[in-house]
Design a protein around this ligand. Structure first.
Ligand code: AMP
Ligand code: ZN
Length: 672
């Protein structure tokens, strides 16, 4: 390669890698596989070695990667958070072993750990209390996300045993288990919110939320794998011992960790987990191999970017090549259009794959996808496989880029794109069949009205026969029994069963009805909050933007969507009808379950987030024991129950009025 060619390639690779880094760290939405990324990075490293004149100090090869965001305070790491050198090949791993032997001789052990696919976090503990949690950032400094991390139940806020140093730092990986990811992601899709591509992005997005109570709602976990403190070497002689100790202090340490005395044992561990990783409830992307002994680690030392005593072996994401036939465009309940690739069926990670997600028009353009292309399909943590790229060597030159439809594939209405969103929408809410059917299916769903004897197919069939056009029609079915009995596959018994189910749904509480309406961004939790705050549909319909936004944790985006929904006269007419049919459009004051009277006559205000309880649970506990909730802090107040992240103004006010500030534990002690 001539220097001119090299210069050109270096510039191209740098631009490309910077873009991927941006997608990965800032958007938390990478468009390239780790493997391909690492290959490109290695190519750049090689070129820079051969042509050092082109090495830019800002080159992506000189960075650990950065995810610092403006919204959090930036904190400097006491010990820099380095990256690990990594490899995909057995040979390179053996080379690593040879290098280690050259430096420290033959008498040493390796610790093998799973390489968790989450986001790394550094936790500082002082006298057994969690003081600070910081993201990796660029390795030198990261974001202070302490308040969010405090809500993670698997990370102790207070250590229970003794024997830990007064001041130490512990590092680990925050992640989300796959089943929780799938459940919450499906909820998001149902609510018309952006879905996350994989558990890692979900975990990373969660840690960067401004709202800690939302973080608390999402079950995150954390495995710890590095201990740092000034007196570490006096307490332990090696990494393995420190892992056992931190486990006894109350930290979550992964049980699948092994001590190996040779590189062959390490390779056996790698092979074993390449198969068994699919059975774990969380994603791993490789194995981390660390020299065990602290003294030997020090002898080996560090390069500018990573320790010489550790390396990560990365598994290749399972990828196959297959033929891409065409795109199908699916229209969802909210009108969002999702392009799906139809593929020549191919075996991938144990299942036959026929379809893969393409996300949106930008993604299709980025891939420059053409019918008949040979594509790479990959399955990582994602539920649906993803098209990663096109094999250009196999491209037929006579093909043309895919033209994204300008009109709805279902109802031919011109599609729109909301500002700042990549997704196309069909705005024809009232006339687009999949939207009409989807809304009714959502209405009868298990988490909504939960109508027994009625399923997604029933809705579709009835819609096709002109029996159902909108949710109110469901309550008119009982007057159409003669038509129903004439339909195929509907016996008298199933009709009776269904009508009973419909009748029973009229008892569903207001919050369920509100959720069932399918207002965009109004999921179960938001519906519950709106119902509790506004108490009935008329008050909610009449509520101003300020009133809606004043509800705890309800922001602009949700308020906008709620206002838009109720401004629509069709929706208001439908609600009027539902009211006449006898649905619960107001909160029925819940009778408080009586648990005791220890708090009789006492008044309480709850503020902040709690590790063990939701606010609703605490309220139930207080009222159940005869206590009374007040809405604000005043001289009449007896106790302020304070959790994490309580506003400083509340604290000041309570202190000024001499009102005792108690913890949730103090409250439990009062009623014990
Ligand atoms: P890389 O990002 O490929 O340089 O790999 C280094 C990252 O792997 C660290 O910053 C950690 O976030 C992550 N990691 C996951 N599991 C482990 C583990 N068991 N030990 C050390 N690092 C780990
Ligand atoms: Zn349409």
């Amino acid at each position: 390669m001539s220097p001119a060619e090299a210069a050109e390639r270096v510039v191209a690779l740098t631009a490309e890698l910077n873009e991927y880094n941006y997608q990965y760290y800032v958007l938390a939405n990478p468009s390239i596989s780790d493997y391909d990324f690492d290959q490109k990075l290695k190519e750049l490293e090689n070129l820079e070695r051969l042509f050092p004149q082109f090495l830019d100090p800002d080159s992506p090869t000189q960075k650990v990667g950065g995810d610092i965001t403006q919204r959090f305070t930036t904190v400097r790491h006491r010990w820099p958070m380095l990256s690990l050198s990594n490899t995909y090949s057995e040979q390179e791993l053996r080379d690593f072993d040879v290098r280690v032997r050259k430096a420290i001789g033959d008498d040493f052990e390796y610790v093998c750990e799973l390489k968790f696919d989450g986001l790394s976090i550094s936790l500082t503990y002082e006298n057994g209390l969690l003081k600070q949690a910081v993201t990796r950032g660029d390795g030198v400094q990261g974001d202070d996300v302490t308040t969010n991390v405090r809500t993670i139940k698997k990370i102790p806020n207070r250590l229970r045993t003794n024997g830990y140093p007064d001041l130490f730092e512990i590092r680990g990986e925050i992640f989300m288990h796959r089943p929780a990811f799938q459940r919450l992601n499906n909820e998001r899709i149902e609510n018309g919110e952006m879905a996350y591509a994989n558990p890692r992005n979900f975990a990373a997005g969660t840690i960067k939320l401004q709202d800690s109570s939302e973080v608390a709602r999402r079950p995150l976990d954390c495995f710890l794998y590095f201990l740092y403190s000034d007196n570490r070497n006096r307490l332990f002689s090696n990494h393995w011992e420190s892992l056992m100790a931190v486990k006894s202090w109350g930290f979550h340490v992964c049980e699948h960790t092994a001590l190996c005395s040779s590189i062959d044992e390490v390779l056996a561990f790698i092979t074993k987990w390449d198969k068994e990783r699919h059975e774990l409830s969380y994603d791993i992307d490789g194995i981390v191999i660390k020299v065990n002994d602290y003294g030997q680690q020090e002898e080996l030392g560090f390069t500018a970017k990573s320790p010489r005593w550790a390396i990560s072996y990365k598994y290749k994401a399972e990828q196959v090549e297959t033929i891409f036939h065409s795109v199908s465009y699916q229209v969802g309940r909210t009108g969002a259009v999702t392009p799906v690739a139809n593929l020549e069926p191919v075996l991938l990670a144990g299942t036959t794959v026929k379809r893969a997600s393409l996300h949106n028009a930008n993604e299709i353009a980025r891939l420059d996808l053409r019918e008949g292309d040979t594509v790479f399909v990959e399955k990582g943590g994602e539920i649906i496989p993803k098209v990663m790229g096109v094999n250009m060597l196999k491209r037929n030159p006579d093909t043309h880029p895919i033209v994204y439809p300008s009109n709805c594939p279902e109802c031919d209405t011109p599609l729109i794109r909301k500002e700042g969103e990549a997704v196309h929408y069909c705005p024809n809410e009232e006339g687009c069949p999949p939207q009409i059917v989807g809304r009714m299916q959502h209405f009868i769903g298990r988490k909504a009205m939960d109508i027994e004897g009625m399923g997604d197919e029933t809705i579709e069939t009835f819609y096709r026969h002109g029996l159902l056009h909108n949710i109110t029609d469901i309550y008119k079915l009982k007057d159409q029994q003669d038509v129903l009995i004439g339909l195929d596959r509907f016996g008298q018994k199933s009709i009776d069963n269904m009508l009973t189910g419909i009748e029973k749904s009229k008892e569903k509480p207001f919050e369920k009805v509100l959720f069932a309406l399918g207002i965009r961004y109004v999921g179960e939790t938001v519906a519950r909050k709106l119902a509790a705050h506004f108490k009935d549909i008329d008050t909610l319909t009449a509520a101003s933007r300020t009133a809606i936004e004043s509800v705890h944790e309800i922001g602009e985006r949700i308020a906008e969507s709620v206002l838009e929904y109720f401004a629509n006269t069709t929706h208001r007419e439908q609600l009027e009808q539902l009211k006449q049919y006898g649905l619960q459009l107001a909160l029925v004051e819940q009778k408080v379950e009586r648990l005791g009277d220890r708090l009789q006559g006492k008044t309480f205000v709850i503020s902040g987030v709690f590790e063990q309880f939701s606010r609703e649970e605490l309220t139930a506990l207080i009222e159940g024991h005869g206590g009374k909730m007040l809405s604000s802090i005043s001289a009449k107040l007896d106790y302020l129950v304070a959790g994490d992240k309580m506003g400083p103004s509340k604290r000041t006010k309570a202190e000024k009025l001499n009102i005792p500030i108690i913890s949730d534990q103090d409250l439990l002690d009062m009623i014990a």
